[in-house]
Design a protein around this ligand. Structure first.
Ligand SMILES: Nc1nc2c(ncn2[C@@H]2O[C@H](COP(=O)(O)OP(=O)(O)OP(=O)(O)O)[C@@H](O)[C@H]2O)c(=O)[nH]1
Ligand SMILES: [Mg+2]
Length: 194
C-alpha cells in the first residue's frame, strides 16, 4: 500500500453523516489523548494531516482518510470529561452508529498508553470489540517514555490485564520515535488480505 497517496475524504459528526459501508476500513480507537491522530500521521508519513492537540478531546468527529480503496478512520477518543451530557450522548450515538453499522471493518487498532494500568474504559472498549467479533490489534503507545525492556515488560503485564488471546497482534509504538510503525503496517496488510 502506498501511504503517500493518503487523502482526507470526510468528517462525520452524527451517525447519519457516515458514508455508506462497503469499502475496507482500518479504524483507530482509544482514550482521548492516547495518540490516535499522531500514530495515523506517522503511518501516513505526514506531519499534520490528522489534527493533533495537547488538549484531550481534540477529535470530536469521525474522520475518514483514503489510500486507494481502503479507508483509515480516526475515531474520537473516550474518557474525556466532556462539558455536558448532550455532547456525551452525541459521542455515544456516533460511536454506536459506526461500530454497529455493518461496516467492512478489516482491523480495529486499539491504542493503549503503555505507561498506565488498563483503565476500566480500555477494558470496556476491548470487551466491546470482542463482543462484536471484530478483528483488532493493540498498539501500546508512547513507548518512547520507557526503555525497550521496560516497555516489553509493561506490554506483557497489560496483555495479561486485558486477558488477550495469544493470536491478538500487538505492537510497541511511538509516534515521536517512529517505533513499531513497520510492524503496524505489516499487521494492517495481513488484515486486509483476510
Ligand atoms: N511522547 C509521546 N507523545 C505522544 C505520542 N503520540 C502522541 N503524543 C502526544 O500526545 C498528545 C495527544 O496526541 P493525539 O494524537 O492528539 O491523541 P488522540 O488520541 O488523537 O486524542 P483525541 O483526539 O483527543 O482523542 C499530543 O500532545 C501528542 O504530541 C508518542 O508516541 N510519544
Ligand atoms: Mg485525535
Amino acid at each position: 500500500m502506498n501511504y503517500n497517496l493518503v487523502k482526507f475524504t470526510m468528517s462525520a459528526g452524527t451517525a447519519q453523516q457516515l458514508p455508506k459501508p462497503g469499502r475496507p476500513e482500518i479504524a483507530f480507537v482509544g482514550r482521548s489523548n492516547v495518540g490516535k491522530s499522531s500514530l495515523m500521521n506517522k503511518l501516513f508519513g505526514r506531519k499534520d494531516l490528522v489534527k493533533v492537540s495537547s488538549k484531550p478531546g481534540k477529535t470530536t468527529t469521525i474522520n475518514f482518510f483514503a489510500i486507494g480503496n481502503v479507508d483509515f478512520v480516526d475515531l474520537p477518543g473516550y474518557g474525556f470529561a466532556r462539558v455536558n451530557a448532550t455532547e456525551q450522548e452525541r459521542w455515544n450515538n456516533l460511536m454506536e452508529g459506526y461500530f454497529e453499522g455493518e461496516r467492512n471493518l478489516k482491523l480495529v487498532v486499539a491504542l493503549v498508553d503503555i505507561r498506565h494500568d488498563a483503565s476500566p474504559l480500555d477494558l470496556q472498549m476491548i470487551g466491546y470489540l470482542e463482543s462484536l467479533g471484530l478483528p483488532y490489534c493493540i498498539a501500546f503507545t508512547k513507548a518512547d517514555k520507557f526503555s525497550r525492556s521496560k516497555g516489553l515488560t509493561q506490554a506483557a503485564m497489560l496483555r495479561k490485564q486485558f486477558e488477550l488471546e495469544p493470536e491478538v497482534p500487538w505492537v510497541l509504538a511511538s509516534s515521536t520515535a517512529g517505533t513499531g510503525i513497520g510492524n503496524l503496517k505489516d499487521t494492517i496488510e495481513r488484515a486486509l488480505r483476510k
